[in-house]
Design a protein around this ligand. Structure first.
Ligand SMILES: [Zn+2]
Length: 160
């Protein structure tokens, strides 16, 4: 028996319901719903969209990623696949998870306070923890401002 090609293995697991309709994948789906197929030890298990390009002999251009069907996650109809920029794909995945890309690569984005806010913090008698929550900054930042260790040029002489 000849070794099945990747294309043949894909075709076996497609529930073809008409040329333009979504074809549910009858094979393995990743827990996140993405239909997948095992290629070989080197490539491992990849999405059906990616496998489709691989089986057609088309190279996926550098920086591009094969995208699955936007209407049905487990769809395996190649008509619904597309190529998109890698960064766009990454953003789409994050958007699907309800997250946005962080503007910086290191830790949480730093909040910047306006001069007016800094002066209000300096003059306020509210507890540090409450102010920190109100302004979405750390308690450390609040106490630094209150003690005049940070932004002293804005607060100097405000309290007499
Ligand atoms: Zn589809």
């Amino acid at each position: 028996m000849a070794i099945e090609t990747l294309r043949e293995r894909i075709e076996k697991k497609q529930d073809r319901r008409g040329p333009d309709r979504c074809w549910p994948w009858l094979g393995y789906c990743h827990p996140d719903g993405e239909p997948r197929i095992w290629v070989d030890d080197k490539i491992g298990s990849i999405s059906i969209a990616r496998a489709h390009y691989l089986a057609s002999g088309d190279e996926i251009p550098l920086g591009k990623e094969a995208l699955g069907c936007p209407a049905m996650k487990e769809c395996s109809n190649p008509k619904h696949f597309s190529l998109a920029d890698r960064t766009e794909v990454a953003n789409r995945i994050l958007a699907a998870k309800g997250l946005r890309r962080r503007p910086t690569s290191h830790g949480a984005p730093r909040r910047t306070l306006s001069g007016e806010q800094i002066q209000q913090i300096f003059l306020s008698h509210e507890p540090t923890s409450l102010l920190a929550r109100k302004c979405s900054v750390s308690e450390g930042q609040i106490s630094n401002i209150r003690a005049g260790r940070r932004h002293w040029h804005l607060t100097e002489g405000l309290r007499s």
